[in-house]
Design a protein around this ligand. Structure first.
Ligand code: IFM
Length: 463
């Protein structure tokens, strides 16, 4: 059967500034460079992002590589800590300004539409030192100023923008589960950070709409559909709560203009509501997105909590649900045995269609990780990641079915273009179309990239 996708479908890859650019000519640190200097042992094999893909120096070569595999679009992010010199006034660093313009123009010259994100976990360190980052609403306002500068500088050539990537991860990592700086276990503050992030998002959307540059703006969220273990009411309740907290918390306010009632009730009951004002809620409700980017990696199997929450422990949403490993599930031997469940893409598409007014959306990341790709080389030395190709196809079949049924999906970006540095996992897992040699930083095409090239040429595939 031939699976054909809509005309002008975006086919490409996603990455981010802090994971690719390296620190060449960067004035300010983000929290990531700072944290690495303080605690390098927290990062897999003690590898920093100081060089990463060295994109700052190699973006011209990279734009050609994108073209060579027919990518027609690419998401990366501007680094706040690179572009802005003075965060209060949002004054611009000239070198950074020219770098990003040249980078985006180079993409366009190679037939690649840029999708530009503004914050990918990378709080400028001076803003953390002075204000605690998004712990302060002043930083939400500074974010909107920075966003406005980006729209003014590049709005003529960038037509697709997103404000944040996976905003919930910063909250979980930084304030609940100790895998992002500032490594505070302070859930109430974390919830405030989440709320202030949503406010920053809405303020940025407001700036965007006021400027009227003619493009579209969205937010990128990581969705993990919550599947209950059974129809037992306790399991159903657990999955409903997991969904409200982990999936709807940022999507509902961005698309519908208000936070999910279940989330509000639960936080009120536990005395965990953030500080908010009526005016702020109005800003959130008035500044809605044009589209959503959705990152999908794994499903979430959920059951009722097995144990009572220890009242002496800090509050955690885990008191309402537990993760559950489904007997008989298919798992990825190349990545910590994570579950493989392509149908989740269909389920996500249907949720967007049925619960979010069939808003425009795209798969902003689909990531198929392989930990040890060096063991997969063929006689020519090319990484044979056919495993990635078959899984990719299975996910695309599900997406295709949803599109046939009316889902308003306009593209697919694979995470990622060239294997890149990924936070505390540094270079542990590889996801790219191109293999990154960590000694030379040279890029080598993998077999899946050839499949992708054909897929874009045909705007579909046979299976
Ligand atoms: O590297 C990350 C990315 O920054 C956000 N989504 C998941 C990727 C792989 O872990």
């Amino acid at each position: 059967m031939k699976y054909e996708f809509p005309e002008n479908f975006l086919w490409g890859a996603a990455a981010s500034g802090p994971q690719t650019e390296g620190i060449t000519n960067k004035q300010h640190q983000s929290t990531w460079e700072h944290w690495f200097e303080q605690e390098p042992d927290r990062f897999y094999n003690n590898l920093s992002n100081f060089v990463a893909c060295d994109t700052y120096n190699r973006y011209k070569e990279d734009a050609k590589l994108m073209k060579s595999i027919n990518m027609n679009s690419f998401r990366t992010s501007i680094q706040w800590s690179r572009l802005i010199d003075d965060f209060e006034t949002a004054s611009v660093n000239e070198d950074a300004k020219n770098f990003y313009r040249d980078y985006f123009e180079e993409l366009i010259a190679n037939g690649v539409t840029p999708v530009i994100n503004l914050f990918h976990f990378d709080m400028p360190m001076p803003l953390y030192e002075q204000y605690g980052g998004f712990e302060s609403k002043h930083v939400s306002e500074l974010f909107a100023k920075y966003a406005k500068v980006c729209f003014e500088l590049y709005g003529d050539i960038v037509k697709l923008w997103t404000t944040f990537n996976e905003p919930i991860v910063t909250v979980e990592g930084g304030y609940f589960d100790d895998f992002h700086f500032p490594n505070k276990v302070d859930p109430k503050l974390g919830i405030q950070v989440g709320y202030n992030t949503q406010l920053a998002h809405a303020l940025a959307v407001k700036e965007f709409k006021a400027l009227n540059t003619g493009g579209e703006i969205g937010i990128t969220v990581n969705l993990t559909p919550a599947y209950p273990r059974s129809n037992n009411p306790a399991d159903l309740k657990a999955s409903e709560i997991a969904d409200a907290i982990l999936n709807k918390s940022f999507v509902d306010p961005s698309v519908k203009g208000h936070f999910p009632q279940l989330l509000i009730d639960l936080l009120r009951e536990d005395d965990m509501l953030p500080e908010y004002t009526k005016d702020e809620l109005e800003i959130i409700s008035e500044n809605l997105v044009d589209f959503i980017g959705i990152n999908y990696y794994v499903p979430q199997r959920v059951c009722a909590p097995r144990h009572l929450h220890n009242p002496e422990s800090p509050w955690h949403y885990g008191k309402y649900f537990d993760g559950y490993s489904m007997p008989g599930s298919r798992n990825n031997p190349h990545r910590d045995n994570n579950e493989i469940y392509p149908k989740a893409i269909y389920d996500i598409a249907k949720t967007v269609q049925n619960e979010y007014g069939n808003i425009k959306w795209y798969v902003a990341e689909i990531g198929i990780s392989i930990t040890n790709e060096d063991s997969l080389r063929d006689e020519s030395g090319m990484v044979d990641d056919s495993f990635r190709t078959s899984l990719f196809k299975e996910h695309m079949v599900q997406l295709h079915k949803a599109i046939e049924e009316g889902s308003n999906c306009f593209g697919v970006h694979q995470w990622t273009f060239i294997d890149n540095w990924s936070w505390i996992n540094s270079h542990k897992r590889r996801y790219g179309f191109f293999y990154l040699d960590l000694e030379t930083r040279d890029r080598h095409m993998k077999k899946h990239a050839l499949y992708f090239k054909q897929l874009v040429e045909d705007n579909g595939f046979e299976m």
